[in-house]
Design a binder for this molecule. Structure first.
Ligand code: ADP
Ligand code: TRP
Length: 338
C-alpha cells in the first residue's frame, strides 16, 4: 500500500472510499487489486471507510434488469463473505445516494470537456467495439462525484482507475478555484503487488473482456477456466524464462514468495524436475479452491438470508447519504444554489 501524496484539508480525519461495478461477477483482479484492501484496511486503520456497489456505473453497459439486481446482491454478498467488517466500514449501493448526480452536475459545469475526452478507459472501451452512450462519456464525472461526496482522502483501486482519480482531483480543483475550498483532494492508493492482475488471455483481467475468473468459481467450471489460461507448446524440460509464463503470474497471487520462487527456479532450470503447464494448472486450481473455501461457504449462507444483506445495505445507505447530503449542501451554498 502506498499513498502518492498527503491529501489536502489537514486536520480532518482520513476517509477511505472505493466502488466496484456490478456489471459482472467479482473476479480475481477485483479481489487482489481492490477488494482485499477494502477488507483489510478497516482492520489496520481506524479511519472512516466507505465501500459501495457502483450500480449507476454498471448501467452504462448493463441491459438486463434482473441480471443487474442479481449482480448488485452478488457483489454485496461477496464483500460480506470475504469478511468486510460492516461495524467498521460502511457498505452501500451507489444508487441509494442520488446526491452524487447533483454533485456530478456541479462538477460538469466547471470542469473542461478535454478532461473527459482524454479518458483512456473510455477510448479503450470504444476500441473494443462498445457503442459509446452519453453515460459512458460522463462516467469519470460521476466517479469524481462519488469520491468527492464523502470528503474522501484515499481511494484504494487497481492501476486502471488512477486516471479517473486524477480527473476527480482536477474536477475538484476547477470547482474550488471558482467557489473556494469546497471539495477535498483525494489520492489513489494502489496494492503494491497486484495493481494489474492479468486475465486468462494475458490482457488485464476485466468483466467486460471475457477473460475473467470469478472469485468463487469451483469444481469443473474452475478447471475449465484455468484450462483457458494461455500457454505455449514448449515441453516441460525446456528451460524457460519465468517472466513470460502467465501461469506463474497467476500462481504468484496465491503462493507465498518462497514457494513461488521455487516454481520459477525449477522452470528456469528445465530438465526432468521442471514443472509442466499441466502441473502448474493443478497447483493453481488447488490454491484457488483452498483460498476461497471459507468465503465460499459463507456466501452460500448469505444467499439464503437476503434480509440480512438488505439490512446491511439499508444501514449503509443511511450513513453514506447523510455524509453526501452535507457535502452537496456545502457545494450548493458555495455556488449560489441555496
Ligand atoms: P472491471 O474492470 O472488471 O469492470 P471494476 O471496474 O468494477 O472491474 O473494478 C473494480 C475494482 O477492481 C477497481 O478498483 C479496479 O481498479 C480493480 N480492478 C479491476 N480489474 C483489475 C485487474 N485486472 N487488476 C487489478 N485491479 C483490478
Ligand atoms: N470506476 C470504478 C471501476 O470501474 C468503479 C467506481 C465508481 C469507483 N465510482 C468509484 C471506484 C469511486 C472508486 C471510487 O472500478
Amino acid at each position: 500500500m502506498n499513498a502518492a501524496t498527503t491529501p489536502s484539508a489537514p486536520g480532518k480525519a482520513r476517509t477511505y472510499l472505493s466502488g466496484v461495478q456490478s456489471s459482472g461477477l467479482p473476479h480475481l483482479g477485483n479481489y487482489f487489486g481492490a477488494i482485499r484492501q477494502h477488507i483489510e484496511l478497516p482492520l489496520t486503520d481506524p479511519a472512516e471507510h466507505f465501500y459501495f456497489i457502483a450500480d449507476y456505473h454498471a448501467l452504462t453497459t448493463s441491459r438486463d434488469p434482473e441480471e443487474l439486481r442479481e449482480r448488485v446482491r452478488e457483489t454485496a454478498v461477496t464483500y460480506l463473505a470475504l469478511g468486510l467488517d460492516v461495524e467498521r466500514a460502511t457498505l452501500f449501493r451507489q444508487s441509494d445516494v442520488p446526491e452524487v448526480h447533483e454533485i456530478t452536475w456541479l462538477l460538469s459545469c466547471t470542469g473542461g470537456m478535454g478532461l473527459l475526452e482524454r479518458a483512456v478507459s473510455f477510448k479503450e472501451k470504444i476500441e473494443r467495439g462498445l457503442k459509446p452512450n452519453i453515460g459512458l462519456f460522463l462516467y469519470p464525472a460521476l466517479m469524481a462525484a462519488d469520491i468527492l461526496a464523502y470528503d474522501t482522502t484515499f481511494v484504494p483501486v487497481g492501476a486502471d482507475q488512477v486516471q479517473h482519480i486524477e480527473i476527480a482531483q482536477d474536477l475538484a480543483a476547477s470547482f474550488n478555484a471558482i467557489y473556494g475550498d469546497v471539495f477535498r483532494r483525494p489520492e489513489a492508493l494502489l496494492s503494491r503487488e497486484h495493481s494489474k492482475v492479468p486475465g486468462l488471455d494475458g490482457q488485464k483481467m476485466s468483466k467486460s473482456y471475457g477473460n475473467s475468473l470469478w472469485i468463487f468459481e469451483t469444481g469443473k467450471l474452475l478447471s475449465k477456466a484455468v484450462g483457458r489460461i494461455a500457454t505455449d507448446s514448449r515441453p516441460p524440460e525446456e528451460p524457460k524464462d519465468p517472466a513470460g509464463i502467465l501461469l506463474l503470474d497467476f500462481l504468484k497471487l496465491f503462493l507465498d514468495p518462497e514457494d513461488h520462487g521455487q516454481w520459477c527456479a525449477r522452470t528456469l532450470a528445465g530438465g526432468p524436475g521442471a514443472p509442466g503447464y499441466g502441473h502448474m494448472k493443478q497447483r493453481l486450481i488447488q490454491a484457488i479452491e483452498e483460498r476461497f473455501a471459507p468465503a465460499r461457504a459463507r456466501r452460500e449462507e448469505l444467499l439464503k438470508d437476503p434480509a440480512e444483506v438488505d439490512r446491511v445495505l439499508a444501514r449503509g445507505a443511511l450513513k453514506a447519504r447523510a455524509r453526501a447530503v452535507a457535502v452537496r449542501d456545502r457545494a450548493f451554498r458555495a455556488c449560489g444554489l441555496r
